[in-house]
Design a binder for this molecule. Structure first.
Ligand SMILES: NC(=O)c1ccc[n+]([C@@H]2O[C@H](COP(=O)([O-])OP(=O)(O)OC[C@H]3O[C@@H](n4cnc5c(N)ncnc54)[C@H](OP(=O)(O)O)[C@@H]3O)[C@@H](O)[C@H]2O)c1
Length: 292
């Protein structure tokens, strides 16, 4: 089986590079090799390589900057995935794509199911939702996996930000009114890889039949404040911290260009039941991620 991976250097893409070889041949691309704003280049590359499986780990993920760079976010998060999906259909390849809890407005008051109505509050959420729509219209064998609060120990994740703040400040304030599920990029890649490996023999038919939109995050949910406290507690170099107190704050105290949903945790039961998997609790995964 031949897999084409877009976004190989992102948090998720990096983890995919580690595990995808279990499925067979892998061609991984970064922005320098192919800028996905160039829609014709996407078509050309997919036609040239003729993969059996396309995984899109690339995205425009700067939620605040999306408010200003709306057109660019739309191109990367909606038009490019639409072209990838269209090419998947032409080649009878399976398409795997990631979306976000920010397609919801956070006003439901409990965890969101796949069947709940969407209503994004910011441009990032709107561009990701438009991506979902384009994929649904373009191909049959797809998995759109909505996830949330993705982190890794590489790059500019919330985990690394909290560790950095703890070495620069004696007092930290972190919002406690934004609730969702921290998701380790490695878990996301591994669980996806596991599902694909399970159906490797007849992947196209299996995903035509069992594909669609699923919620896939770390188990349980929490506030950014509780998450930050757990990050500090799991810090393997705790002696480097100068922080003495961490206090809860409200989102109103930290105005940002993009409005974020307050309670956007996703219910992953459908994914767990359909694919016979249990998603590990976010606390256990965080501990593993920080001590590996
Ligand atoms: N991060 C989160 O908290 C979060 C939450 C919910 C959903 N998600 C979704 O989960 C998926 C994975 O997110 P992530 O956190 O792994 O993202 P990430 O770390 O920001 O990685 C995104 C990747 O996309 C690449 N990319 C951006 N624009 C490109 C372009 N024009 N051409 C080619 N490549 C381009 C980036 O390349 P450069 O490195 O060159 O910029 C980067 O490698 C995405 O679909 C995202 O929307 C993420």
């Amino acid at each position: 089986m031949k897999t084409l991976l877009f976004g190989k250097n992102g948090q998720l893409g990096w983890e995919f590079q580690r595990i995808l070889p279990i499925l067979g041949e892998v061609i991984s691309l970064d922005r320098e090799e192919l800028d996905i704003c160039d829609l014709r280049a996407i078509q050309k590359k997919i036609n040239e390589l003729k993969p059996d499986l396309i995984i899109n780990a690339s995205a425009y993920t700067d939620v605040d900057l999306s408010e200003k760079e709306n057109e660019l976010a739309m191109k990367i998060n909606a038009l490019a995935p639409g072209i990838m999906a269209e090419m998947s259909r032409k080649l009878e390849a399976v398409f795997v794509h990631y979306s976000t809890d920010y397609v919801f407005d956070g006003r439901k008051g409990s965890t969101y199911k796949e069947s709940d109505p969407t209503h994004p509050l910011n441009m990032y959420g709107k561009s990701k939702l438009a991506g979902e729509e384009n994929i649904k219209q373009a191909c049959e064998a797809y998995l759109i996996l909505r996830t949330s609060w993705v982190y890794s120990l590489r790059g500019n994740s919330f985990v690394n930000k909290v560790l950095k703040w703890s070495r620069q400040n004696k007092n930290l304030k972190v919002v406690n009114d934004q609730i969702s599920s921290p998701t380790w990029a490695r878990t996301l890649a591994e669980v996806t890889g596991f599902v694909l490996a399970q159906h490797k023999k007849d992947l196209y038919e299996a995903i035509c039949e069992r594909g669609g939109i699923y919620h896939l995050t770390g188990g349980g949910f929490t506030s950014r404040y509780e998450w930050a406290k757990q990050i500090l507690a799991n810090d393997p170099a705790r002696s480097e911290q100068i922080v003495q107190a961490i206090e809860p704050a409200s989102s109103e105290e930290f105005p940002t260009p993009a409005v974020r949903p307050l309670f956007s945790a996703l219910d992953c039961t459908l994914f767990e039941e359909r694919f016979g998997l249990r998603l590990p609790d976010w606390r256990d995964t965080l501990q593993l991620a920080m001590t590996e």
